[in-house]
Ligand binder design. Structure first.
Ligand code: ADP
Ligand code: MG
Ligand code: ZN
Length: 479
């Protein structure tokens, strides 16, 4: 990447994110919705757009949209309306999508991201409701097939202000948005299943310039990695083009991951005129303050609040808190261990070290961790009480994984307790001196590096089941 972004140019990015709500039924009909069912089995006259079939708003979807609004610090409208967005495409049998235009249910919010130089607030312009289209399947022979199962499933589109300044921030924003919505429980935000889709708007301007440059929009980015790559590619393209005397034409693009390039799908001249107009089949929707407040009360702790609380309550580094909070279940695991062991620092060290290593090695999630909260906190207590050495704690952890026994049982059975030899360390040290008279003399005469040799001998005899600090003290005392 050899663009001059850092010294001369600045990029400006705004994201539009579609999130699919995990309601049981669709936005305007009672069809069940779930991913991966037999094509065209989850449909009815309403979501197929049959003439005369009327939409009925899904209350749960409204509640979920309000939940997202609260999580993104938005104002929630007490009256909101739906509009028709008209266009033709084979996956849209009605010929229009019911969306929101003038008065979105949520607006004027923000989301905080953990940027490298601190917390940055990204404005949320609006979060509105709409219905999804169906799906075209192109890769089965010569013809394309239509699956309308997804038609009419509820979406919330979240539009950010052009507040992001580079691809990394865009990535941080997406990460945080995904976590935040997952924490509220209203969407799985599984990109692979299309629960979360992102369009990126990009422009560049000279540093210090006030006005925004002309933007291009990359549609349908379906992985966070692609988002970053596509944005960086597009920033470079804009800068090179302008530096070569050209100008940016506003257009809509797609990302080709294989070629590592964006390509134009529509120029400004070809831009759709959606002829938005108020949806005549759905009256304006009144939302009571009571409902808005009730939903606010049920909002669970959000990632940014959890991070802050972990730092305050358990006195761990923000960077460590971020790792825990990224996975809600890992955060719960950590917190349960803190509560049951009272050892937040040791718990943090062990989860970030041994536990994450184990999960990675076995390719499992924290739910599937073979070591339970009780078992790990039992082990941490033994470490904290100096019953075992750190090195042996790792051995015990590994035995625990295999045998599913508790720390105390393993320590007893395998004789890992430091207490086992604690009364006889002096005796052992004296024996070692006696067996190695020449080394003992040299050590006595100041050859400090022999301490390691004697430590090694004692460790060998005790099979490492003594506390190294106290052994070294005793060697010093007895020589
Ligand atoms: P549209 O509906 O045509 O996509 P919007 O006004 O809703 O247009 O804007 C879409 C997104 O584009 C928003 O996220 C906004 O922040 C972003 N955006 C607007 N202007 C610019 C710009 N000059 N550079 C980068 N992003 C921009
Ligand atoms: Mg757009
Ligand atoms: Zn239906």
């Amino acid at each position: 990447m050899n663009h001059r972004l850092n010294n001369e140019w600045e990029s400006v990015i705004g994201l539009e994110v579609h999130v699919q709500l995990s309601t049981n039924t669709k936005m305007f009909c009672s069809c069940k919705w779930s991913y991966g069912e037999l094509p065209n089995t989850l449909t009815c006259p309403r979501c197929l757009g049959m003439p005369g079939a009327l939409p009925v708003v899904n209350k749960k979807a409204i509640e979920y949209a309000i939940t997202i609004g609260h999580a993104l610090n938005c104002k929630i409208r007490s009256e909101t309306t739906f509009s028709r967005k008209n266009y033709f495409y084979p996956d849209l049998p009605k010929g229009y999508q019911i969306s929101q235009f003038n008065d979105p249910i949520c607006e004027k919010g923000f989301l905080q991201i953990n940027d490298s130089d601190g917390i940055k607030k990204i404005g949320i312009t609006r979060a509105h409701m709409e219905e999804d289209a169906g799906k075209l399947i192109h890769d089965l022979g010569t013809s394309s097939l239509v699956d309308l199962n997804r038609c009419g499933t509820p979406l919330v589109e979240i539009v950010s202000e052009p507040d992001l300044r580079n691809a990394k921030q865009a990535r941080q924003y997406l990460d945080r948005l995904k976590q935040t919505i997952q924490y509220t429980g209203v969407s799985d935000c599984d990109m692979e299943k299309g629960n979360l889709r992102c369009d990126a708007n990009i422009s560049v301007r000279k540093k210090g310039q006030k006005d925004f440059g002309t933007r291009t929009e990359i549609k349908n980015l379906n992985s966070f990695r692609f988002v970053e790559r596509a944005i960086n590619y597009e920033i470079n393209r804009h800068i090179s083009l302008i530096e070569d005397g050209g100008k940016i034409d506003q257009c809509t693009m797609m990302w080709d991951e294989n070629k590592g390039k964006t390509y134009i799908i529509r120029t400004k001249e070809e831009a759709h005129d959606y002829r938005y107009f108020p949806e005549p089949d759905i009256p304006p929707l009144s939302i009571s303050n009571q409902l808005i407040n009730d939903i606010k009360m049920t909002l669970k702790e959000l990632p940014s609040d959890k991070e802050k609380r972990f730092v305050d309550e358990y006195n761990i580094k923000l960077s460590d808190a971020i790792i825990f909070v990224k996975d809600k279940k890992l955060a719960n695991f950590y917190e349960s261990i803190c509560k049951s062991s009272g050892l937040p620092h040791l718990a943090s060290k062990w989860i970030l070290g041994e536990v994450l290593r184990l999960l990675k090695e076995y390719k499992i999630t924290i739910d599937e961790c073979p070591v339970s909260v009780e078992q790990l906190s039992g082990l941490l207590k033994q470490i904290d009480q100096n019953v075992i050495t750190n090195a042996n704690a790792k051995n015990i952890f590994n035995i625990m994984i295999e045998t599913n026994d508790d720390a105390v049982a393993i320590i007893e059975r395998e004789g890992f307790s430091l207490n086992e030899y604690s009364d006889s360390i002096e005796e052992i040290v004296l024996t070692v001196f006696k067996d190695n008279p020449e080394e003992a003399d040299r050590f006595k005469n100041g050859e400090q590096k022999l301490l390691g040799f004697f430590m090694g001998q004692v460790m060998k005899i005790t099979k490492g089941r003594v506390d190294p600090t106290s052994v070294s003290k005793i060697i010093g005392k007895l020589i």
